[in-house]
Design a binder for this molecule. Structure first.
Ligand code: FAD
Length: 382
């Protein structure tokens, strides 16, 4: 028998699960989330878990700032029976080149306008925050104490449980094969376990969002790109904040359990779906990490993995209804920061789809910006 739903959400990462909750808490009944593997099996469960407000575009900074407020109260808000492990140890963003430092000054001006309490500090002050930081050649740093990190598996679990209590159904190990439309409107979703008639489809498929859009004949300006990360053996706590050096393409934090999680971006990485791990990454990250944080040179690596960034042309997300497929919405293109902005992404999308007043203008994230050539180029991406 053909099933029906008021809303079908494709993708069970932070975006899909949080949107499910935000729609359900606003009174929408009969919501189904379809996930082709297990919840958080995509980029969300492979991410570096970092949450920072230190962005260079207002759009990312507002989403991140307001999401931090949500992370702070998430255990209570979602009545979570575990702990999302949100720790605000800060983010220390270090500048080793003059151009980086100039950019950081501009970024901090944006952040201050939005009330984000970032400080510009000297190399010596940076070393007081992270004693093993290499300050040779360091020009300056920015530090925001209310940045931090959270456990992505627990955050998704918290949204999942809260949404389920509100009646949302989750179907895992179920793949969306096609999305049908008639007269320019979405009508149904075809899955590996049967079809569901629905007037609203939310494409929260991250790196695969383009594949879903192709099902309705739309070419989404988005490509997948591999990013690799590793975790080390746990050691005594010695680093409070996440350290980011854009010059070294590095991010590195110590988790509450003592292990270090780090990654480097590779600008040569092809635009494809490859998620195999590589030896080259290990060598690259070891070189960059021990340059910036020499004390880490004796740490043993426990595990490495990779995942896919969903890259939009300007590293700002795309939130929009798909042309000629009325009822189909996309929330993707998060680059390396979809986890940290997940809570407010979900609010914004739910408000827009339900015709409520949006807490910030969603049009800024629209597809039309690419046609107009008015990109929201984010300068602070690793
Ligand atoms: P995803 O988590 O990718 O979820 C999409 C889901 O859709 C997947 O589970 C997938 O299985 C499912 N799906 C795909 N196709 C189909 C289909 N046909 N049918 C059904 N389901 C389907 N962000 C941060 O904020 N902080 C960080 O520190 C950070 N570090 C990162 C480090 C790495 C190595 C990587 C790879 C990413 C990192 N990110 C970080 C980015 C962040 O992980 C993503 O932006 C975010 O998780 C995107 O969430 P999502 O729910 O939109 O997509």
């Amino acid at each position: 028998m053909q099933r029906t739903a008021n809303v079908v959400i494709i993708g069970g990462g932070i975006t899909g699960c949080a949107v499910a909750y935000e729609m359900a808490i606003r009174g929408v009944k009969d919501i189904v989330v379809i996930e082709k593997q297990y919840l958080a099996s995509g980029a969300t469960g492979r991410c570096g878990a970092g949450v920072r407000q230190q962005w260079g575009t207002e759009t990312n900074a507002i989403l991140a700032r307001d999401s931090v407020k949500r992370f702070e109260g998430m255990n209570e808000e979602l009545d979570y029976d575990r702990d999302i492990e949100f720790k605000q140890g800060g983010y220390l963003m270090v500048a080793y080149t003059p151009s980086e430092w100039e950019q950081y000054k501009k970024n901090v001006a944006v952040q201050h306008r939005l009330g984000i309490p970032t400080k510009m500090i000297t190399p010596q002050e940076a070393k007081e925050i992270v004693s093993h930081l290499n300050i040779e050649g360091l020009i300056g740093a920015t530090f925001c104490q209310t940045d931090g990190h959270a456990n992505p598996f627990h955050v998704v679990d918290a949204y999942y449980k809260a949404a389920r209590r509100l009646g949302v159904k989750f179907e895992t190990y179920t793949t969306v094969i096609d999305v049908k439309r008639e007269n320019g409107k979405v009508t149904s979703v075809q899955t590996s376990k049967g079809d569901i008639d629905t007037p609203i489809v939310i494409n929260a498929c991250g790196f695969a969002a383009g594949t879903i859009c192709k099902m309705v004949g739309f070419d989404l300006p988005l490509y997948p790109q591999r990013h690799q990360a590793l975790v080390t053996e746990p050691v005594e706590p010695c680093q409070g904040p996440m350290v980011i050096s854009l010059h070294h393409r590095l991010y590195c934090q110590q988790s509450p359990h003592g292990s270090f999680i780090m990654g480097v971006g590779d600008p040569q990485e092809p635009k494809d779906f490859n998620i195999h791990s590589s030896w080259e990454f290990l060598e690259d990250v070891a070189r960059q990490a021990t340059t910036v944080l020499p004390l880490l040179k004796n740490l043993r690596v426990v595990r490495q993995w990779s995942g896919l960034y969903d890259m939009s042309p300007d590293a700002n997300p795309i939130f929009d209804e798909i042309p000629d497929a009325q009822g189909m919405w996309v929330a993707a293109g998060f680059s390396g920061h979809g986890f940290m902005v997940g809570p407010q992404t979900a609010v914004l999308l739910a408000q827009k789809i339900l015709g409520q007043e949006c807490f910030m203008p969603i049009e800024k994230f629209g597809l039309d910006r690419f046609r107009r050539g008015e990109l929201l180029l984010e300068p602070a991406v690793v």
